[in-house]
Write a protein that binds this ligand. Structure first.
Ligand SMILES: [Fe+2]
Length: 231
């Protein structure tokens, strides 16, 4: 049985670095792929402003997939932007169960901070959501759980990354999808496959990402991962 998840991240609509042609091309490629689920892992906007959200919504409405999972990134939580997120996209945390796959997506942002946070208070809830039988368990957050090579000095990683990873391992999670760093990379940590998407439509760090990032390595038994940068 094949099950396809398409991920896009770090759109950054409204910023001077925003490249609309790339986003349009990526959405065309996603629609051609006909995925079962599409994940947008945050930073839809640059400043969390309402007009930036409206622009991002217009683009994401062009995705032809019944199951679209969207979470905010740190840029989206600036200037009380999470209010606009909730108005346009609904809840900031969600659980999706489809085709034997469970996708738990959480908001790892704090207002006006660049750091990420899951928080001990949510570990029990996360494990509960993954407790039901599933063929594949997928966890989605904006911030990176492990350092991403080629991105300079480490910063803004999830504050409680160690405990959060342990929580995900207890919960039997197979795949983590994140963004934030603009550079694609994939790590395997024991049975956990951790995939960081690059930016889909921002020029920030994009040339570096294209030049130096290796193709994701999918060990036997893990979900296979294909990187497809538009442009
Ligand atoms: Fe970010």
């Amino acid at each position: 049985m094949s099950f396809t998840i398409a991920q896009l991240s770090d759109l950054h609509c409204g910023q001077q670095f925003f490249l609309p042609d790339l986003l349009e091309r990526a959405i065309t490629e996603i629609n051609d792929l006909r995925p079962d689920v599409v994940v947008c892992s945050g930073d839809l906007t640059s400043h969390g402003f309402k007009d930036e959200y409206a622009l991002a919504k217009r683009y994401l409405d062009g995705i032809e997939c019944e199951h679209l999972v969207v979470i905010p990134g740190n840029h989206d939580s600036r200037n009380v932007g999470y209010v606009h997120f909730e108005e346009l996209f609904g809840t900031r945390n969600s659980v999706l169960r489809v085709g034997g796959v469970t996708v738990v997506a959480v908001d790892s942002t704090e207002p006006d901070l660049d750091n990420g946070q899951i928080g001990r208070g949510r570990y029990g809830w996360i494990e509960e959501q993954f407790a039901e039988p599933a063929d594949l368990r997928v966890f989605v957050l904006h911030h990176h759980l492990l350092p991403v090579p080629g991105t300079g000095r480490e910063r803004n990683i999830v504050n409680d990354a160690g405990d959060a990873i342990e929580c995900l391992q207890r919960a039997g999670v197979d795949l983590v999808l994140s963004g934030h760093k603009h550079v694609p990379y994939a790590w395997r940590l024991e049975d956990l496959f951790i995939v960081n998407a690059g930016t889909v439509s921002s020029s920030r760090l994009r040339p570096i990402a294209t030049r130096r990032s290796p193709a994701p390595r999918s060990p036997p038994g893990s979900p296979s991962c294909v990187r497809n940068p538009p442009g």
